[in-house]
Design a binder for this molecule. Structure first.
Ligand code: SUD
Length: 204
């Protein structure tokens, strides 16, 4: 059995007038997180951890912040894509662990709800998701939310991946594959996965 680990990080500034979305949950709070998408710092970190675990690039190479298609997008879409990448590479999740660093809101009262929602999005059990939080003491970053995530993957049992992929394939998946082939292959990761186009204009 082959195993892989992945690590992800993200940060977003708090901003008045937008909903706070963390781990796919809308949380009652005075401010939300600024971002091109819904600003879901936790799902972004987990997405990067998954992509990193199979050497498939990062969230920005798949969904550039400069691309208007992702304006206001639900981050569950990014997570779904990363999940498909790991399945295509022949892996499944063993467990995910995370740390949120933010002054407010307090995470402990909603940690179980977050765990259940993240597990649902990742198609794993709540007991396979860790949600922890830290106050950013001495970091002078009160207006910022930070998330770190690690994932452990193990290889799928023989046949598990293909049936999973067949079950979830739809016309949009097919269109994406065709589009990526037409646009051309720019890079090939260590696992042979195709990494999407990287435009240096996307650097911010
Ligand atoms: C989720 C999205 C949806 O558009 O936007 P936000 O909601 O966070 O704004 C993006 O995918 C969020 O992409 P994210 O990867 O966090 O953005 P950035 O940190 O700006 O990085 C954009 C791209 O530049 C690359 N990059 C960044 C910094 C750097 N010094 N060198 C780099 O090569 C990153 O690897 C990434 O591929």
């Amino acid at each position: 059995m082959s195993m892989r680990i992945g690590f992800g990080f993200d940060s977003h500034s708090f901003k008045a007038g937008v909903p706070l979305v963390i781990g796919g949950l809308e949380i009652d709070h005075t401010e939300g997180l600024a971002g091109h998408s819904d600003g879901d710092v936790l799902l972004h970190a987990i997405t990067d951890a998954l992509l990193g675990a199979v050497s498939a690039g990062d969230i920005g190479t798949f969904f550039p912040p400069s691309d208007p298609r992702w304006k206001g997008a639900a981050s569950s879409l990014f997570l779904r894509t990363a999940l498909e990448e790991i399945h295509s590479a022949g892996y499944k999740i063993v467990n995910v662990d995370t740390v949120l660093v933010m002054m407010r809101p307090k995470i402990v009262p909603i940690a179980n709800e977050l765990r259940e929602r993240v597990a649902e999005l990742l198609e794993i059990k709540p007991g396979e998701v860790g949600i922890k939080a830290k106050t950013p003491e001495g970091l002078n970053q009160d207006g910022v939310a930070v998330a770190y995530a690690t994932v452990l993957l193990e290889s799928l049992a023989s046949g598990e991946g293909s049936s999973k992929m067949a079950a979830t394939a739809d016309i949009e998946d097919v269109n994406e594959v065709v589009e990526s082939l037409v646009v051309g292959v720019r890079d090939t990761s260590a696992l042979g996965r195709k990494v999407p186009a990287f435009d240096t204009d996307d650097l911010t």
